[in-house]
Design a protein around this ligand. Sequence first.
Ligand code: GUN
Ligand code: ZN
Length: 435
Amino acid sequence: MLVRGRVLSFKRRPQGAGDAAAYTYLEDGVVVIDAGRVTEVVDAGEIGRVGGKGVVLHDFSGKLILPGFIDTHIHFPQTQVIASYGEQLLEWLTRYTFPAESRYGDPAFAAAQARFFIDELLRNGTTTAVCYGSVHKGSAEALLAESERRGTAMFVGKTAMDRNAPPEVLDSARSAHDDTAALIAAWHGRGRQKVVITPRFAITSTPEQLEALGSLAEAHPDCLVQTHLSENLEEIATVRRLFPERADYLDVYDHYGLVGPNSLMGHAIHLTPREVRRMSESGAVAVFCPTSNLFIGSGLFDYKGLEGGPHPVRLALATDVGGGTSYSMLATAAEAYKVMQLRGQKLSAIEAFHLMTRGNAEALGEPDLGRIAPGAHADLVVLDSTATPAMAHRLAAGNGDIEEELFVLMTLGSERNVCEVFIGGRPQGLQQTAG
Ligand code: GUN
Ligand code: ZN
């Protein structure tokens, strides 16, 4: 099977705007796909060689073909929490989030929500996401089953929380361990699905629960761990009260063996110098969630300080829906740019698109995701940069440079720019259903 269009893929992390050696860009390219994977990426001049009788061609000439976007932090049970008014983190959790998540104990409800959730990700060009379920094991199962049905690669955790929340959304140290272990046994590495060890955050886990999950992480070194870290000042003060014997917030997770190269630390805004050093040394990933950080009023992530400081920290980008306000990685990149503007930092379009694709794949340790190159999974997004009148009008005054186009795309873009998505080489038919 062939997909023709303008093909963009990253070879490495760009150093900043204009670093054209970091990516490959074919003005008229063809992605050759076999058995769900990319086998070749060639210039359209070679279409005669790679095509021929019986080879299906999806012709998106003029459109941009990118690796499907990867969202490294999103909450599956918060699709009806998004856009909830007026609170900062701890009140927002109590008032909106815990009640919404309590409904996911109902398997039929969870299954219906999983269909909506994956539809919405695909509509936005996101083909892989790292997801928090609710506290209920069944919520993770519903999402994993739906993802398997679609053929997407999803990373899903049952959220563990055994204190400081209403009883309907609490588990125990033992049940969190056993439910997560059962999920791993049933689902981790089944097809394209993976299970993530998911303590919600230090406030809602007892030391016993963190210890149980730390031992699970030790037993499953190929599982990612995800949690929240230093998002909000009141949260940090609470963690200090709950764990007075620990050096700082990161040290709580570290003490229980939850900090390492497989760890995705959501937010990581208000870090101390010691925490930055330890993040760097451990290889843990700081996950930047700009729409959430602005919407919940949490603070301004220090992207360049973490990326390029004396103790460089691995970075990823994510929506954090429902604290985040958009499922679109394009809109997320736009807000990342604005957060960085407020800190006097610059986020070039190619750095942003690298992050949404290959950069985020590397944060997950998944070299076969996030790029369009031989051997990679054929998860693709096809984008029309001129999908809206305002974007077409803006680009009509552009200089035709791909980096300028990408910047317009991230600044003004949304799901309206997504023409089609391919999952393991299979078109999802978004064009027919769009409207
Ligand atoms: N910290 C603990 N739980 C959550 C959550 O659901 N969303 C966000 N943004 N932060 C959290
Ligand atoms: Zn979150």
